[in-house]
Design a protein around this ligand. Structure first.
Ligand code: ATP
Ligand code: MG
Length: 249
């Protein structure tokens, strides 16, 4: 399917993304609501110039440092993430020594299993989320399900495209949250300790690249990278870019 898009097409990346999401729906890993989320994301990406803006690159470096500092980092995977960046998520998990956990807004056993299998097909050795033996307080039964030795136990969680309610509930649990979301005005990035306003297609490989670059850094150096990151400034810079098309004040 991916080969149908000519590489020199000016909308190559965008068309490829749509194909992957469509394929995700056909494979039973992406929900139909995931198609709507994709459309919303594309609109914001268009306004961002479909590029990693400097403030997003800084957020990605801070995210890498925060993940390397974690006692127990968990990368949350939903249907859109699995469809778009399955191998890249496995690579990031390997680079920082994190767990992968499937976490769905509309949870069904079939989709949970299909996503876990898809990640294994892309090189994952272990995928959490199927045990569902713990609950995030403040969320309805189905939506609050997580693994006791996964997200529930984590100190740092990467939640790409997380829904606002769950992002807030995870923050209330005391997790240090890294959110990847193209809409800087959405509640999820607003809640995050480190909001990454970038397409997950670009964000995940770039966090991995930063993690590799920081692999030999001391804890003090990593902490300095995290402390230097200004979440408010990053959210403002992204919103400014979207509203005015400029990167400056
Ligand atoms: P809330 O304010 O409760 O979070 P919402 O309107 O953001 O609500 P969601 O279902 O969370 O509703 O929307 C999906 C989010 O995912 C949107 O903000 C969209 O911009 C973002 N998104 C979609 N595709 C991508 C992508 N490829 N990379 C990064 N973010 C994406
Ligand atoms: Mg949101």
């Amino acid at each position: 399917m991916e080969t149908d898009v000519p590489r020199d097409h000016p909308r190559y990346q965008s068309l490829l993304t749509r194909h992957r999401i469509e394929e995700g729906v056909d494979r039973g890993i992406t929900s139909r609501q995931g198609l709507i989320a994709e459309g919303r994301g594309e609109a914001f990406d268009y306004l961002l110039g479909e590029q990693t803006i400097p403030s997003a690159d800084e957020a990605e470096r801070a995210a890498a440092a925060q993940l390397l500092l974690a006692e127990h980092a968990v990368l949350s995977v939903n249907g859109n993430v699995a469809a778009l960046v399955p191998g890249e998520m496995v690579e990031l998990a390997d680079a920082i020594g994190a767990d992968l956990e499937v976490n769905l807004f509309n949870r069904t056993d079939e989709r949970m299993r299909a996503i876990a299998d898809y990640l294994v097909a892309h090189g994952a050795t272990e995928v959490k989320g199927l045990a569902a033996d713990a609950r995030i307080p403040g969320l309805s039964h189905e939506r609050g399900k997580v693994d006791a030795d996964g997200i529930y136990d984590a100190d740092v969680v990467l939640v790409p495209l997380e829904d606002g309610d769950r992002a807030e509930a995870l923050a209330d649990l005391g997790k240090t949250e890294i959110v990847v979301d193209l809409n800087p005005m959405s509640r999820s990035p607003q809640t995050a300790a480190i909001p990454v306003v970038d397409n997950i297609l670009r964000a995940v490989p770039n966090v991995t690249a930063h993690a590799r670059d920081l692999a030999d850094a001391s804890r003090e150096e990593l902490r300095a990278v995290v402390d230097a990151f200004d979440r408010e400034a990053a959210l403002e810079a992204a919103e400014r870019r979207i509203r005015t098309g400029t990167l400056e004040n």
